[in-house]
Design a protein around this ligand. Sequence first.
Ligand code: ZN
Length: 187
Amino acid sequence: MPDKLSAATGRPLQHLAGALPELRTPAPDWKLFRHEPQPGCHHCTARHPGGPVVQLLPHHRYVCTRHRIWIGPPDVTDLTTSLDTLPEVVHAQRQHLRILQRHGWAITYDAVLTAILICGQLWSLPETENGDAWHDWIRRANLLIPPGTSESTFSVSRLCAAVYPEAVALASRLASPYWKNRPRAAP
Ligand SMILES: [Zn+2]
């Protein structure tokens, strides 16, 4: 069947597998992917001849590090979220991938999601209780969602971008085997 599809379209199987994960050998680990397709980096897909492109992206892909574009989570429809002024967010994606390499996708997914929720909770507390991180979140949020433009620029995903560097730093601690073994050590 894949060979027939390749012959019918005139495209090598490995090119088709780039767009159709079902054709990949070995088969992908489907749990590694988000449950819905979304727009990816618009620079990466700009040359695609078929118009706007949606992609099934893995849980650990938040930033296109090549073009410094914020990608996910998938609630942004207008993906022009440039990170040119926020290099620490791009750097955090690289750190996120290192957690993935060290601990695997499941632990990384749980750790990053939990860390984002913790940072969101800390953000909601008074300024004096949160120090430098609180100021960084406000600074980044003002760049990503400029004051007075929230009707067109607000998205929860962009708030995730604002806390992403601290969330990934926290996630690397949460993913540590120390926490995994901790409950067993309890009396
Ligand atoms: Zn890109």
